[in-house]
Ligand binder design. Structure first.
Ligand code: SF4
Length: 369
């Protein structure tokens, strides 16, 4: 707790704000925080308002894995869950994300065997306890959760489990950053903390060299984020564009080599993947390598998987928010027709979604989520 107290220390916050004020040139600077965890911290602690007054604007990026999952992948999970003898497992956040005409939670209420797991390894236990059933893990997430899915496969192979499949939806942060930087006026990025613990600071170097924008990998506490903004402003002032690691208590330059090896062992890049709101981005997601296709739900169920789905709700501007072109409050149905209890778009569903963060913190609206 002492540790957290320091990272939320009002005196330190004031000092950092003063340093930011001294360093900032006065021109409006648009900084994108990639990760939904950062979005929540920024709006929770009112940093967007504090820094907004100084001309520093936060753009909320595409780093919420639930928000970027396209409807067709959810439709595919639903189609699998409707097959007889299937138990579908996934993380809790995915349950309420609307597909074309249903969601996993609606399907569960209709009697499908859909189970929420906190760790992929729970799917292995479910498979062992239900040998007559086929267990399908609907795997989502950025590089943070990919090693855990790889670990599930590693154990399944070791233990000779035959009734387990994985529907792989693991996405990659750098292609998403490339997609958004081409479309908006981003001057710098606050790099994601958890993803970077896996891929390391060095993964951003080619990106920084290509686009000449600073990337500062940040922790999630107010002091972390303010210090990261200060590092960014110093770089901008000095005309530098570098990768810096503010979150050095969790992230290093090389990343987690074992986790990277595990990812490389089981997965390879997909040629293209459709992101909700961002469209098709080449080599932006992973798929299982062919030698592990016996675990691939997309191979096993290839004849029943829908590949087309309905458009997002016409009033939902989630895609524009994920590109940093709009704020949740720009949406006409924010907080009225769309709430965490009745989400219309994915950005309101996830605990990492920008709309959910604004609903909870900016407007002080009470949410049970
Ligand atoms: S408030 Fe709802 S409908 Fe509007 S952009 Fe956010 S998720 Fe979409």
């Amino acid at each position: 707790m002492e540790f957290l107290k320091n990272l939320r220390d009002p005196l330190l916050v004031k000092k950092l704000l003063k340093a930011i004020e001294r360093t900032h040139t006065g021109k409006t600077v648009k900084i994108m925080e990639v990760c939904g965890g950062h979005t929540h911290a920024i709006v929770r602690y009112g940093l967007n308002k504090l820094l907004g007054e100084l001309g520093i604007e936060f753009l909320h990026g595409p780093g919420c894995p639930v928000c970027v999952m396209p409807k067709e992948r959810i439709d595919q999970a639903i189609a699998i869950a409707r097959q007889p003898g299937v138990i579908l497992t996934t993380y809790g956040d995915m349950m309420r994300v609307p597909g074309s005409s249903s969601s996993l939670i609606k399907e569960r209420s209709l009697g499908r065997d859909i189970r929420m797991v906190y760790s992929p390894l729970e799917s292995l236990e479910i498979a062992k306890q239900n040998p007559e059933k086929l267990v399908v893990f609907f795997a989502i997430g950025f590089e943070t959760t990919t090693p855990m899915t790889a670990g599930l496969l590693e154990l399944a192979i070791k233990e000779g489990i035959k009734n387990l499949l994985v529907h792989v939806n693991h996405v990659l942060v750098l292609p998403a950053m490339e997609a958004v930087i081409k479309e908006s006026e981003i001057k710098a990025f606050i790099g994601p903390g958890h993803v970077s613990a896996i891929i390391g600071g060095k993964a951003y170097k080619p990106f920084v060299e290509k686009y000449k924008v600073p990337v500062v990998i940040s922790g999630f506490e107010p002091v972390d984020i303010l210090e990261s903004v200060l590092l960014i402003l110093r770089q901008l002032k000095e005309g530098r564009a570098e990768v810096e690691i503010q979150y050095s208590r969790a992230v290093n330059w090389e990343g987690n080599i074992k986790a990277q090896e595990l990812i490389d062992k089981y997965f390879e890049p997909r040629e293209t993947f459709r992101w909700r709101g961002l469209g098709d981005i080449p080599f932006s997601a992973l798929k299982l390598k062919e030698e592990y296709s016996q675990f691939d739900a997309e191979v096993y169920f290839k004849d029943i998987l829908p590949d087309k789905s309905s458009e997002d709700h016409k009033l939902c501007i989630c895609g524009e928010i994920l590109k940093g072109k709009a704020k949740p409050t720009d949406c006409k149905i924010f907080g009225t027709a769309c709430t965490p209890q009745n989400p219309v778009g994915a950005c309101m569903v996830s605990s990492e979604g920008a709309c959910a963060a604004y609903y909870k913190y900016v407007h002080g609206l009470v949410s049970s989520v």
